[in-house]
Ligand binder design. Sequence first.
Ligand SMILES: Nc1ncnc2c1ncn2[C@@H]1O[C@H](COP(=O)(O)OP(=O)(O)OP(=O)(O)O)[C@@H](O)[C@H]1O
Ligand SMILES: [Mg+2]
Length: 326
Amino acid sequence: MAAAEQIKSLIKSFGEGDDTRFYATAMQIAALEAKKGHVALADELKKLIDNAKAGKGRGIGLVRNMPVNAAQKELSDLLELVHPDIKLKQMVLAPTIVKSLKRIVHEQHKLDLIREHNLQPRKKLLFTGPPGCGKTMSAKALASELRIPLFIIRLDGLISRYMGESISKLRLIFDAMHQFRAVYLFDEFDSIGTTRSNGNEVGEIKRILNTFLLQIEKDDSNSLVIAATNLPEHLDHALFRRFDDIIVYKLPELPEIKELYKSRLSELNLSKNYNIDKIAQESINLSYADISRICEELAKDVLVYGEDEVSEAVFLDNIRLRKKPF
Ligand SMILES: Nc1ncnc2c1ncn2[C@@H]1O[C@H](COP(=O)(O)OP(=O)(O)OP(=O)(O)O)[C@@H](O)[C@H]1O
Ligand SMILES: [Mg+2]
């Protein structure tokens, strides 16, 4: 028989939708049985685990576990479910950001240990920075590293769609955090964190923000909450202390630009010897998303016109065009 602690952990992780812990515990049980000489049982357990992992596909497990009732239906209207498979190492980021993101992952992996010592793991994060610099991609990578789903909530959409009802919708989302361990990304956070709203929305938006703050304050789930904005200057500064970590994304500088070109060009099998130094220099002030798009455009040009036609001059033209389309 597996140890009582393992059975408890198995049930707890299943209830919380924590796949990583569920499979790790199941593997421990299999290892324990093998050690006791129950080789056939251990093998069977391992096979069951492998099959379960393979069949998990893209989050069938979570959908299956969601209660099929009115609340769930309502929830699915509010949340966009994403099952990302991007890893942190696929991203090009300044070293300080990589350090912060890795620290979050490490703390999440040691949730139980941290909680046993009456400490709180990092889980309330604020991502700020210009468009196309990796805020959403980082949320995806965190979810993927932790092997949990990502839910995206667009706050501006929620407010405009559910004027008068947005507070109850927000509560519904926070309740879900207990039921489904996931990364919850509140995009366009400035639409509630702003100091600059006016007109008759003011009262409602203030109440939504207060609800949000109250909920993150008392949230003791194992989910992660990320607020993202590209307008940090619109945020009320008093908000910053409510988050465990504030990660400031910036446009890439020369080293990151070069690294991104190298990785994207090689992913796209563009092996021609372009002068990356010159190309990177020309790409200052572009975002990661812009650079990624330029590489994809180039890959298409190569397919359509052939590699010989896609010279460095064409490359540089594509960059200039993206910088100044008009
Ligand atoms: N740091 C990065 N490393 C590699 N690729 C990146 C990075 N940041 C962005 N990209 C590329 O740009 C795309 C868009 O990035 P992302 O959606 O993360 O931007 P964002 O910061 O969330 O922007 P917005 O403020 O508009 O929501 C990504 O899907 C990816 O292809
Ligand atoms: Mg985004």
